[in-house]
Design a protein around this ligand. Structure first.
Ligand code: GTP
Length: 597
């Protein structure tokens, strides 16, 4: 089709507002996928994603649709639905001319949706409001339309009412995509530039790159150059996503497709990078490229020390597919050999952990996540520290800076008070509050990222019965009065339990942490002191009394096979433990600092 008949769009929606269901209906109605080849939902195709009901990786699909006897080509570019991946969202938006803003007509606009709408507006996208789930008895599409107008300032007079589930309003949406979203600009004569909005590692073919041709054209066999990574390759295969990969010989300005070029790591073809021709390079890259900066670090240690080489292999393999994952070896006297790993956020961290255990059969101990501190040392140097146990001694450091985030919470008005308390407890600095509608308010705080890592989101949800939503972005480093809190168990320091806390909270955290550890660490045959210290000063201490837990006493002598069985059972119960000196410390203890009352 001519470029004037191409439309590139994405769907912006809050989790559970129906993005995947709508995408599936669009694919069905355009005959892109047949009912029988539809898995439960086509666009989210990683198992993990389906189980968690969230979209992690971007995908794309090309649809054919005829309107008034004109054939059109509609490219849907999927966007991930979580704050950790907002950079990827911004790149997929940059690859489009328009967006469907899907809002659950029984719920209304959420913080995350808002953030993505602003990103879309910055990218000059045409936004089509879609009010979904009108089949629900509680749906109030007119009220929600008004809410969108008030909050975003978007004209909702021609918002589309739809039920993705019942298939209502789908044709209207397709027509609106064609009539309201502009076609791409025709720049096919310019030197080639293509924007990478996703890439993944295929063990047989190497990295598969998903891109939007912005200028010029790309042919099969072209020698291509990635501007940010500085790598060049031959595009052995190019094609479109319909939604399965289908080879073509050439793609033109405005089109969306994939390529494969025997690329060994996604780091060579990262999201946001610009592809150009090796022989006829574009003068500049497309705007918006950013390096991935891990915000959260934790230690990963195999429970069984023999699994260390396997853990390294697994991390290397995952990294081929995940340019944001960083890791380096870490050794600790308490934990043995492991890795210090960096992640975009907590969800990213959980995903990697889960994949390591599930896909690579590893049993791991994860230590509590830490942010990256900046330490200004006496010798004038500034070092970055993402491992609390390696924080320079008080005599060597002048000051410590920590990352701050701006967080926006949207909440029904009755919960404003409890969210303000939460903000206060987490060292938040109140910035502003606005009523976005009569009943809903937006609260903005600046607070330390360290206070958000952990259970902040859970707290937000539980204090508002699940009604509030939030969004955050990094705002910069600030000096804070921080100290390092160390933990000793049975007289031995356990570095992975060290944590960096604000001075004013140190005593309370020390007390709560030792109490929590006392609950979590199983009693042993001897008494175990548990202490929290700042430097050499003990600020809190507990002691775990001895127990003689003799499982064999139940066996009344004799039966050796029964004895073995019992011992095996006990060993299995111990799986997620790390022996620290003479004490077995369970996984939960390493995360205890995140769950203090
Ligand atoms: P993420 O992939 O997590 O971002 O969620 P999503 O926005 O893709 O939501 P999804 O399509 O998975 O829908 C969430 C839930 O809402 C599912 O249980 C759907 O069946 C349901 N749902 C989606 N559209 C409608 C609708 O029009 N009406 C009703 N009643 N339910 C719907």
């Amino acid at each position: 089709v001519p470029i004037s008949n191409i439309r590139n769009f994405c769907i912006i929606a809050h989790i559970d507002h129906g993005k995947s269901t709508l995408a599936d209906k669009l694919l069905q109605l355009t005959g892109t996928v047949q009912m029988r080849e539809m898995k439960e939902q086509f666009l989210d195709n990683m198992d993990l994603e389906r189980e968690r009901g969230i979209t992690i990786k971007l995908q794309a699909a090309r649809m054919r649709y005829v309107l008034d006897n004109e054939p059109y080509c509609l490219n849907l570019i999927d966007t991930p639905g979580h704050v950790d991946f907002s950079y990827e969202v911004s790149r997929s938006l940059a690859a489009c001319e328009g967006a469907l803003l899907v809002v659950d007509a029984s719920q209304g606009v959420e913080a995350q949706t808002l953030a993505n709408v602003y990103l879309a507006l910055e990218n000059n996208l045409e936004i089509i409001p879609v009010l979904n789930k009108i089949d629900l008895p509680g749906a109030e599409p007119d009220r929600i339309a008004q809410e969108i107008e008030e909050i975003i300032g978007l004209d909702c007079s021609n918002a589309i009412h739809c039920s993705a589930k019942e298939g209502i309003g789908i044709t209207e949406i397709l027509n609106a995509i064609i009539t309201r979203i502009p076609p791409p600009k025709d720049t096919s004569e310019s030197p080639m530039r293509a924007l990478i909005f996703d890439s993944y590692y295929d063990p047989y073919r190497g990295v598969i790159v998903y891109f939007r041709v912005v200028d010029g054209n790309i042919k099969k066999g072209d020698r291509i150059y990635f501007i940010a990574s500085g790598k060049d390759y031959y595009a052995d295969e190019i094609g479109v996503l319909s939604p399965n990969q289908m080879q073509v010989n050439e793609l033109y300005a405005g089109e969306v497709g994939y390529l494969s070029a025997s690329i060994r790591s996604v780091a060579d073809a990262r999201v946001g990078d610009t592809i150009t021709q090796f022989g006829r390079r574009a003068e500049s890259s497309l705007p918006g490229y950013e390096e991935a900066t891990p915000m959260v670090f934790c230690g990963l240690f195999p429970v069984d020390a023999d699994q260390f080489p396997e853990l390294r292999d697994a991390l290397e393999k995952l990294q081929l597919n995940d340019a944001a994952l960083k890791f380096e070896p870490e050794t600790s006297s308490a934990m043995g050999f492991g890795f210090r790993c960096g992640f975009l956020g907590l969800l990213h961290m959980e995903i990697v952990q889960e994949r390591l255990e599930r896909e690579y059969n590893l049993t791991l101990i994860t230590t509590a996540p830490s942010v990256v501190y900046r330490v200004n040392c006496m010798d004038g140097k500034t070092i970055e520290c993402s491992n609390p146990s390696l924080l320079p001694e008080p005599g060597k450091r002048k000051s410590i800076e920590e990352p701050f985030v701006k967080i926006e919470m949207l909440t029904p008005k009755e919960y404003i008070g409890s969210l303000m308390e939460l903000g206060q407890e987490r060292r938040g600095e109140f910035k502003e509050m606005n009523y976005i509608t009569q009943n809903r308010a937006s609260l903005v705080y600046h607070l330390p990222l360290a206070e958000m890592v952990g259970d902040f989101f859970d707290q937000l949800k539980s204090r508002t019965k699940g009604y509030a939503s939030m969004e955050y972005s990094f705002v910069g480093y600030r000096e804070s009065d921080l100290v390092k809190l160390d933990v000793q168990i049975n007289g031995e320091p356990v570095e992975p339990l060290s944590t960096i806390v604000h001075k004013d909270k140190a005593y309370a955290v020390g007390r709560a942490l030792t109490q929590k550890l006392k609950e979590l660490i199983p009693r042993q045959m001897f008494k175990i002191p548990i202490q929290a210290c700042i430097g050499t000063k003990v600020i809190a201490s507990e002691s775990l009394s001895a127990i003689r837990k003799d499982v064999l006493s139940k066996c009344y002598g004799g039966d050796i096979s029964r004895k073995k069985k019992l011992l095996k059972k006990q060993a299995e119960g111990k799986k997620r433990m790390k022996a620290v000196g003479k004490v077995d410390v369970p996984q939960e203890a390493f995360m205890a600092v995140l769950r203090l009352e």
